[in-house]
Design a protein around this ligand. Structure first.
Ligand SMILES: [Zn+2]
Length: 333
């Protein structure tokens, strides 16, 4: 094994945002055309894969909310079946560490879009009971909880509706704290993000976002938001989406150097404890050098070449995010 290989193998590498196909569900156990499956996770030396039950924003009426709930719980149900043949379903940081110790790949459920719960906050505890470790508060489009970074004019969205979190959204953040789920501010508006960071007792995370100063995209975080992430003890998981990494970037033009530039920027501004790595594979992620999860050791190689040592790379690849999970779990009632 070369130097990169031995460093990569020593890490608990976590990819904090991966999408799965729906309604078909993933064909997870054999190598296929998608960016992520179990053979590729193994090939890529990934210790924990966070799979998102993603709910696209729809109409905010009883029918829309019922369909959203059905989809979120249906997806969590399917994710819940993937813990076999060398993969293990993990609902907590402790589960992830135990899976690692047993030589198994952790499959970690998450929910993308607070629309999943509609306006029924009691459902947050149900999502947590199904294993969800974080909730992305919005997707594209405002929901009952908060404003999104990208309004859905086709659904009647104005630029801002709640001015950040709604009253219900503020309650949701408190409940997320109580059940030990992380609040994910990827996809939210800046006001939502700043209010969530100020309100949440546990660290806030951006599970798949990049840096506004390097690429002016509404999904990316500006300097004021980075400072708020530092102040709440949170972590920004730099993600492999080409259009977030470089203006006009595509899977063919973006490289690992661009990705590492975003990591460097956060490290320099707010410190290494507040940065991590995610792919958004099968949801838009992937570029030259990190085209699928099997190529994940290339990220380690690029970070080592930038001068990060083994301990720093371990923090980036999962140590920081795991620490946020531990803090959220410790706070849970
Ligand atoms: Zn997303």
């Amino acid at each position: 094994m070369d130097a990169t290989g031995s460093v990569h193998a020593s890490l608990l590498a976590m990819d904090t945002h991966i999408d799965i196909p729906w309604p078909t569900g993933p064909d997870f156990f054999s190598a296929g055309p998608r960016h992520v499956d179990l053979p590729k996770l193994r090939e890529g030396g990934i210790g924990a894969a966070f799979l998102a039950a993603y709910v696209p924003q729809g109409k905010r009426d009883a029918t829309g909310h019922a369909a959203a709930w059905e989809r979120a719980t249906g997806m969590l149900g399917v994710i819940g079946t993937l813990g076999r043949d060398g993969a293990h379903l993990c609902r907590s940081s402790g589960d992830i560490r135990a899976a690692r110790a047993a030589g198994q790949i952790a499959i970690v459920p998450a929910v993308e879009n607070g629309y999943a719960v509609g306006d029924q906050l009691g459902r947050l505890a149900q999502l947590r009971a199904m294993g969800a470790t974080y909730l992305t508060i919005t997707h594209n489009g405002h929901n009952a909880l908060a404003d999104s970074a990208i309004p859905r004019t086709d659904l009647g969205d104005g630029s801002a509706e709640h001015g950040g979190l709604s009253a219900l959204g503020r309650e949701a953040v408190a409940l997320l704290n109580r059940v030990g789920m992380l609040a994910d501010i990827a996809h939210t508006s800046k006001a939502t993000m700043l209010q969530t960071a100020a309100l949440s007792k546990s660290p806030v995370v951006a599970t798949h976002s990049c840096i506004r100063a390097l690429c002016d995209h509404p999904r990316n975080l500006d300097d004021e938001q980075l400072d708020a992430m530092r102040d709440c003890g949170g972590v920004v998981q730099i993600t492999a989406v080409p259009s977030f990494l470089k203006p006009g970037g595509t899977a063919e033009t973006v490289t690992l150097a661009d990705f590492c530039d975003h990591v460097d920027y956060v490290v320099k501004r707010i410190g290494i404890r507040h940065v991590g790595i995610s792919s958004d594979f099968d949801g838009g992620g992937g570029f030259v050098g990190w085209r699928h999860i099997g190529e994940s050791a290339n990220v380690t190689e690029a970070l080592l070449a930038r001068g990060y040592d083994q301990a720093a790379v371990a923090l980036l690849w999962g140590g920081n995010f795991l620490r946020c999970m531990e803090q959220a779990e410790a706070l849970a009632a």
